[in-house]
Design a protein around this ligand. Structure first.
Ligand code: SAH
Length: 331
């Protein structure tokens, strides 16, 4: 697909044809199945100061927490009971709290005690860390590059290790070579983001040969510098635009696993999930973080499932999947 064709799809008055094409490709590559992956948000104690994220170090209003290893393993066992074949361990970036050795032990315990695949999402880490985790049995790593526009990335993500180009791309390429399935993605609607940069992002998904693509609307958090900025974006924050990007990601990477993200459901709690799953997405990531911690993990405001107990939201999720005639597949 050419750059111009992608740009045309992003800006056409209607995207119905695009969604239909993406749905057909998803049916061909994934059938009528959906993967459910249990998300465990290990901690909200973050050393970084990303300008967009509510959990940033300088935000003193965050309820900071860190789960204990036993609690994390208990969540993985819960995921096993729900037949989720994968757990995703995500956290604010903190290498002192989540040391190489501690994550090795956690991976080994989850593999031994509940037996799922393990996806890590612990931010920017060293080659030696990710190698040790792979060796311990980690299967996948999620690290969004957020935007391929290096100048914009540097502005909203202070303190990145100085490298030529984009620091997260280097880590993604390294992890691919280490044998991980790699996932990455972007936020849509960042102040200063251009439509052309989103075309670059989409093409980069294919160039990186991503196994997973996670993307969602950027949602302003009032207690962040970016949330207080009035700088416009060329990129709309909307369900329609987000779904166009799911559909294009599906056409560019027919085999990729693409979650319908929590940010999309937050933008439209009633329809977001369904719209995502009918425009190319094939994964959903129910939140398994214990309810009393969730308030602390507000990367953006009004994040859905912050108060809903797991069982309720799962019942609603299964009803949605049934209505869409989608079957859950373990993996
Ligand atoms: N510390 C980890 C996990 C961060 S949270 C890391 O940096 O990889 C996971 C994702 O949430 C981020 O990659 C980002 O794309 C998204 N996110 C953060 N703040 C957001 C906001 N205000 N609106 C929408 N998505 C946001």
């Amino acid at each position: 697909m050419t750059r111009q064709a992608i740009l045309d799809f992003l800006t056409a008055p209607s995207a119905n044809e695009l969604f239909e094409r993406a749905l057909q490709v998803r049916l061909r590559t994934k059938g009528n199945t959906v993967f459910l992956r249990g998300l465990i948000e290990l901690s909200s104690i973050c050393q970084r100061d990303c300008l967009y994220c509510g959990m940033r170090h300088s935000n003193c209003n965050v309820k900071r927490y860190a789960m204990q290893d036993d609690e994390i393993v208990a969540c993985a066992k819960l995921a096993r009971q729900f037949h989720f074949g994968t757990v995703v361990l995500q956290a604010g970036e903190n290498a002192a709290l989540w040391t190489r050795e501690r994550i090795v032990r956690l991976i080994q315990r989850i593999k031994a005690e509940s037996g799922q695949k393990v996806t890590l999402s612990l931010g920017e880490r060293s080659e030696a860390d990710t190698a040790a985790w792979k060796e311990a049995g980690a299967d996948r790593y999620l690290l969004r590059f957020e935007t391929s526009d290096c100048t914009l990335f540097a502005k909203i993500h202070p303190g990145a290790v100085a490298t030529d180009g984009h620091p997260r791309l280097a880590q993604l390429r390294r992890m691919k070579a280490q044998g991980y399935e790699i996932g990455s993605g972007i936020m849509l609607g960042l102040p200063g983001q251009t439509l052309r940069s989103v075309v670059d992002d989409l093409l980069l998904f294919r160039e990186l040969n991503l196994d997973m693509v996670g993307l969602g609307p950027y949602l302003k958090h009032p207690q962040t510098p970016l949330g207080q900025s009035n700088k416009p974006s060329e990129v709309p924050v909307s369900v329609d635009f987000t779904c166009r990007c799911y559909a294009l990601a599906r056409l560019l990477l027919p085999q990729a696993n693409i979650p319908s993200t929590t940010a999309l459901s937050t933008l439209d709690p009633a329809q977001g999930r369904i719209r995502g799953l009918t425009s190319g997405a094939n994964v959903f990531m129910p939140n398994l973080t214990p309810a009393h911690y969730r308030e602390g993990y507000q990367i953006y405001p009004d994040k859905i499932c912050v108060v809903a107990p797991e069982a309720d939201s799962l019942t609603a999720l299964y009803a949605t999947l049934e209505a869409l005639q989608l079957q859950v597949q373990e993996g």
